[in-house]
Design a protein around this ligand. Structure first.
Ligand code: HEM
Length: 82
């Protein structure tokens, strides 16, 4: 099993724009999605709304993310755990 580094929510929150890189959380997992911004079918600006925090409140509104293929994409960007 792969072991990931641990981050606090405070540390994640510092990564809220492209200059500082864009991190988000989902459950206890931490992702650096900076390199996905330009690839997002919903546009860069939508991901920036969640930058530095949790995806859950946004994905509750945009249910198209509750698909296996979206989870697979997200997992590619995992960098750590809370
Ligand atoms: C669509 C991934 C964050 C809003 C999609 C799709 C993917 C994706 C793969 C296409 C789904 C499909 O049609 O099968 C991601 C990932 C995110 C993320 C990996 C993590 C950073 C967000 C956030 C929002 C959002 C935070 C809103 C604030 C949307 C919208 C679409 C979409 C509106 C539909 C675009 C369209 O079909 O016109 N996303 N998303 N996404 N996403 Fe995201």
């Amino acid at each position: 099993t792969t072991s990931f580094p641990r981050f606090t929510r405070e540390e994640v929150a510092r990564h809220h724009n492209e200059a500082n890189r864009v991190w988000v959380t989902y459950g206890n997992d931490v992702f650096d999605v900076t390199n996905f911004l330009e690839l997002h079918p919903g546009g860069k600006s939508k991901i920036l709304l969640a930058a530095g925090g949790a995806l859950e409140p946004f994905w509750a509104l945009y249910a198209m993310h509750k698909q296996d293929h979206v989870q697979e994409i997200l997992q590619e960007y995992k960098i750590g755990e809370l």
